[in-house]
Design a protein around this ligand. Structure first.
Ligand code: 8ID
Ligand code: ZN
Length: 349
């Protein structure tokens, strides 16, 4: 029985706060499914959306959230591939045109007319959310819905970014922001892919967590006198890591990475600090043959692969569960950089 009203966290003005209130349950269109969201991870992107950080407008008011895991409870008449009762997930890319030259070549995240969950369409910080059937994540029944939720954005994104880095088993990868939501999963995916992990973040709690997740070195940027030298020293030949994943929400490390990446190394930008620019010396970039690139979520196949790593038991990163009504508290902790790993909200309280 689908109710007509539900609890949701609604952002009513740029800058927030998120307001916990009752709103109508939406009805899926012909090519859409309605998912009863049980758990949703809280991504730093949700905070950027509420604060209006980026040069891309949100709908207003809007319901945030794009790591929503739940059960399909209704579907439009054109939907054949997803059954009522299936586990499914709302991810950042809620829908894409499936017709442009990017979609045709499975670069759906580059579609010029995307629907973005919790940004241009309402997302998963509500009990019932809509997703385009072609794009909802398919979650195997043996997966725990609370544990799989962070895979739907954080896991997928870092898995794709590691693939984009071209790093091969046995090589070194530096993960900047390793103690955060994306970072904690990146350490686990990198380990599962046979990479040596150099974790960079601030504070002892995040250091302990990174070590327990499988990072071989931890560099505390808040204590280190020379991050560049420390990263190089953490590699066996002192020439620096083959790849760098930039997941931090501050501009500084984006300028630093080209100083410690190995010659012919690849720097992958993933974090999106507000109003930030990249800066790298042209001379070094040329003579050391450095690649600097971006990586933006992943396509449907990447999603299935990232979930399959989880299903096989290769990915277990720490998360804390709180009620959906406590979302604003999570945002406050996130803003202060105090979250080690991920928070997941339970939509039943
Ligand atoms: O598709 C994408 N590219 C994508 C997908 C999902 C999220 C991009 N993102 C973006 C988010 O919008 C956000 O800008 O990735 C960024 C990280 O998201 P998150 O992991 O959800 O944020 P977090 O949990 O707050 O973690 C950030 C970590 O960075 C550390 C913090 O201590 C925190 O642990 N950090 C900072 I801020 N400055 C640092 C520094 N100088 C740093 N770590 C190392 N060095
Ligand atoms: Zn996200």
């Amino acid at each position: 029985q689908i109710p007509t009203e539900q609890w949701a966290q609604v952002v009513e003005k740029t800058g927030g706060p998120a307001v916990y209130k009752k709103i109508p349950v939406p009805t899926p269109g012909p090519d859409e499914v309605l998912i009863n969201i049980k758990y949703s991870g809280v991504c730093h992107t949700d905070l950027h959306a509420m604060m209006g950080d980026w040069p891309l407008a949100t709908k207003m008011p809007f319901v945030g959230g794009h790591e929503g895991a739940g059960v399909v409870v209704a579907r439009g008449e054109l939907v054949k591939e997803v059954e009522i009762g299936d586990y499914a997930g709302i991810k950042w890319l809620n829908g894409s045109c499936l017709n442009c030259s990017f979609c045709q070549q499975s670069d759906e995240s580059l579609c010029p007319n995307p629907l973005l969950s919790g940004y241009t369409v309402d997302g998963s910080f509500q009990q019932y959310a809509i997703g385009k059937a072609a794009h909802v994540a398919r979650i195997p029944k043996e997966c725990s819905l609370e544990a799989v939720a962070p895979i739907l954005c954080a896991g997928l994104t870092v898995y794709k970014a590691l693939k984009e880095s071209g790093a091969r088993p046995g090589q070194q990868v530096a993960i900047v922001g390793a103690g955060g939501g994306l970072g904690s999963l990146a350490v686990q995916y990198a380990k599962a892919m046979g990479l040596h992990v150099i974790a960079i973040d601030g504070g002892e709690e995040k250091g302990k967590m990174c070590a327990s997740l499988g990072a071989e070195d931890y560099i505390d940027f808040s204590k280190s006198k020379n991050v560049v030298q420390d990263v190089k020293n953490a590699t066996p030949d002192g020439f620096g890591p083959h790849a760098v994943l930039l997941l931090a929400v501050s501009e500084g490390p984006f300028h630093q990475a080209s100083e410690y990446v190995r010659s012919r190394g690849v720097i992958v930008c993933v974090g999106m600090p507000a109003n930030a620019f990249l800066k790298a010396p042209v001379f070094d970039t040329v003579v050391r043959m450095i690649t600097i690139k971006g990586s933006y979520v992943g396509n449907r196949q990447d999603t299935a692969e990232a979930i399959d790593f989880f299903r096989r038991g290769l990915i277990a990163a720490p998360y804390k569960v709180v009620g959906l009504s406590k979302l604003q508290d999570v945002f406050n902790l996130m803003e202060e950089g105090k979250i080690a790993g991920r928070y997941v909200v339970d939509t039943s309280s």
